[in-house]
Design a protein around this ligand. Structure first.
Ligand SMILES: O=C(O)c1ccccc1NCC(=O)[C@H](O)[C@H](O)COP(=O)(O)O
Length: 241
């Protein structure tokens, strides 16, 4: 059975690596240099990095040059997210050399464009399904964007390769992942699912690992690493077992 992939997160706001609670602007805790954070996760054995431009997501600017610097400094695979909503931002994101991008708001507001880029770029495109309950949220999680399962069915039909599923109510809270949501999404799609939001302990990662046979491919971990609930080395060992 394949092991759960771990994606340590570097979320960037105003040039700083930050952690949010519920993805809310203004709830930032700063953790310094995004490049230093990314290099530290790489040195600790990460095979992936989840890199988010929060300013682009919130529409409060962007960290495009810094994001490109961080992605360019990585020898590992980078999943890039935040504000990728049109041809120009997609071109800039792919130019960083990232392995794939997450589209969030665009999948809700410009579904025709997302269908086009899925057809053009295949598995370099993942869609972030960020929900409160079963209602999708976009634009930095500030706007409702429709029903999760209706959107999922549409994206499956359009050939979306992968989904990053976040329960916003869990994100940044250390309250544990929404395992039921992950199971429910895996039950209606055959595409790989990356879990995001709420991981608080090694046992949470072990619990997500048990969902690998159902279709969970990876887990993004942010707050728990920055709060030193466990080390990345410990997390990698926990899911390797
Ligand atoms: O990913 C985005 O595009 C995004 C947009 C707006 C607010 C937050 C966003 N992402 C946050 C993350 O990806 C978190 O780093 C990830 O869900 C991990 O959460 P946690 O382990 O609970 O800190």
């Amino acid at each position: 059975m394949p092991k759960l992939e771990l994606l340590p997160a570097v979320d960037v706001r105003d040039g700083q690596a930050v952690r949010l609670v519920h993805g809310e602007s203004g709830s930032e805790t700063s953790y310094g240099s995004p490049l230093e954070a990314a290099l530290a996760w790489q040195s600790a054995g990460a095979e992936w990095l989840h890199l988010v431009d929060l300013d682009a997501a919130f529409g409060t600017g962007d960290n495009r040059a810094l994001i490109a610097e961080v992605a360019g400094a990585m020898d590992i695979k980078v999943e890039l997210s935040g504000g990728i909503r049109d041809d120009a931002s997609l071109e800039a994101a792919l130019a960083t050399g990232c392995r794939r991008v997450n589209l969030g708001t665009a999948a809700l507001e410009t579904p025709e464009w997302v269908a086009k880029v899925i057809a053009e770029h295949g598995d370099k495109i993942a869609v972030g399904l960020d929900v409160r309950g079963t209602t999708l949220r976009g634009r930095g999680w500030t706007r409702d964007g429709g029903d999760l399962y209706e959107t999922l069915a549409r994206l499956d039909a359009e050939g979306c390769a992968r989904y990053v599923v976040t329960d916003i109510a869990k994100d940044g809270t250390l309250e544990g992942p929404n395992l039921g949501l992950l199971r429910d999404v895996c039950a209606v799609t055959d595409r790989p699912v990356v879990a995001s939001g709420g991981v608080s302990s090694l046992d949470d990662l072990r619990a997500i690992s048990l969902l690998v046979p159902e279709g969970v491919e990876g887990a993004i971990v942010g707050k728990a690493l920055y709060a030193k609930a466990f080390t990345l080395e410990e997390a990698l060992k926990a899911v390797a077992a």
